[in-house]
Design a protein around this ligand. Structure first.
Ligand code: GDP
Length: 436
């Protein structure tokens, strides 16, 4: 799916535009129990083409003299991850020095950029100041009002022109996209270096696509893989709280683009709050997940150590009991080859399809074994269940009353499905629909 990123100074109206473009904001996510996240990404559609819109402005600088620095980071993220960048400016404040600086950066990146001038609240009656925006050198400015929705259709048409050919992604789909995520110093770079150092790296040489320069493609005897955003991981960033927040955003974007998330935990520290958060993002995004306990070489072990660790990791990441746990050492390379078998396995499960007939026999047995909940004499009736999608496996249940379909009963059905079909390493989504 093409990615459209919105970049702009604080208060130009990025979130408003995001909400407009995001049209239908993933209702599926709202139905999913788990950790709620501020969605940075939303799925949308224009002229029948699905695309994703990303708001890179989630983190705003607090003081004026930081704005430029932050705008540059924002733009850098957008350049790395997006297919089309919308630079958003503000009619009322005119062109600022920051706008000029970022426009130059974007021009140099050679990424497609669409210039939006927000707060043009009288459609078709642009004031003379509007025409100054041609001076940014980004082509025709689009007059919009994110607040009222004026002009956003033309803006999307302009973005649409830059969407890559649909067939163009075929090569990419041969590769399993893997995001290595985890807190600083957990060993992400070490793992990636271990992997890329040992394998023959096939560096993509498609010129001019910045996105490829941060992703590393390679092939080994287990398959073809694409490691996402390895530049971001390998670059040492300073220990600055705000930069740290950007690295969080970067990892969110990596999760979003991945098929499989390798969640790294430091064996010497156990599961921390930050680990819980970042793993929760992968879970909520419906990605296949593997928990990797790294630095296993540093742990003094006896016969029970692995079991004890597994239990503790399971407690810390209780919402993903489905994820395999792997103990390895990125430094020595111990058990790193095994990681690829696991990646292949969870990737496959994340794309599993279960025939409707089988699901409904399972449903009949499950509801006979444990009666669905009742409330004030009314009992939940589940008529029918079908799988509506993959990555992750998504099941739609039609019932008489959605309010009776308690989380605990959803969880029960999920467990029943897993008991029969496994689906190791992948979250499952349940969508509850009422039918008369
Ligand atoms: P990143 O910030 O997640 O990319 O972490 P790094 O890969 O830079 O690793 C942080 C530190 O942990 C470095 O000093 C590594 O040498 C060390 N480290 C990473 N993996 C292992 C491991 O498996 N065993 C040991 N002993 N040290 C490791």
């Amino acid at each position: 799916k093409p990615i459209v990123a919105i970049v702009g100074r604080p208060n130009v109206g990025k979130s408003q535009l995001f909400n407009r473009l995001a049209g239908k904001r993933l209702s599926i996510v709202e139905d999913t129990p788990g950790i709620t996240r501020d969605r940075l990404y939303a799925d949308s559609e224009w002229r029948g083409r699905p695309f994703q819109v990303v708001d890179t402005g989630g983190i705003e600088p607090s003081t004026d003299n930081e704005i430029l620095k932050f705008m540059r980071m924002q733009a850098e993220i957008a350049i790395n991850a997006a297919d089309v960048i919308v630079l958003m400016t503000d009619l009322h404040s005119g062109i600022t020095a920051t706008d000029e600086d970022v426009a130059t950066m974007l021009r140099r990146s050679r990424k497609p950029v669409v210039l939006a001038v927000n707060k043009c609240d009288r459609p078709g009656k642009e004031p003379p100041e509007f025409y100054e925006f041609y001076n940014l050198g980004l082509g025709e400015p689009y007059a919009i009002s994110a607040l009222h929705g004026y002009g956003t259709g033309d803006l999307l048409d302009a973005c649409y022109e830059y969407f890559p050919e649909e067939e163009g992604n075929e090569e990419d789909s041969e590769y399993i996209k893997v995001a290595v995520i985890g807190k600083p110093n957990v060993g992400k770079s070490s793992l990636i270096n271990q992997i890329l150092g040992e394998q023959r790296v096939i560096v993509s040489n498609i010129a001019g696509t910045t996105r490829d320069s941060v992703d590393s493609r390679f092939e080994n005897e287990k398959g073809k893989y694409l490691l996402i955003d390895t530049a971001g991981i390998r670059k040492r960033s300073r220990v600055d709280e705000k930069v740290e927040k950007f690295s969080v955003m970067r990892s969110l974007m990596a999760i979003e683009r991945s098929d499989v998330c390798v969640i790294m935990i430091d064996a010497t520290e156990g599961v921390t709050e930050q680990d819980t958060k970042v793993a929760g993002e992968a879970h909520d995004a419906g990605k296949a997940c593997i928990i990797v306990v790294n630095k296993w070489d540093l742990v003094e072990k006896d016969g029970k150590t692995m079991d004890q660790y597994t239990r503790r990791v399971r407690e810390g990441l209780a919402y993903m009991p489905y994820a395999p746990v792997l103990f390895l050492s990125a430094m020595t390379g111990q058990r790193v080859p095994k990681l690829f078998d696991t990646i292949n396995a969870v990737y496959e499960q994340n794309g599993r399809r279960i025939p409707t007939g089988q699901l409904n026999s399972l449903l009949a047995e499950a509801t006979a074994r444990v009666q669905p909940p009742t409330d004030k004499g009314r009992r939940l009736k589940i008529y029918y269940m079908t799988q509506s999608g993959v990555r992750p496996p998504t099941f739609v249940c039609f019932c008489n009353d959605a309010r009776l379909f308690h989380f605990s009963y959803q969880r029960y059905l999920e467990n029943q499905i897993r008991e029969v079909y496994g689906l190791d390493g992948t979250p499952i989504r349940m969508i509850i629909r009422e039918r008369g």
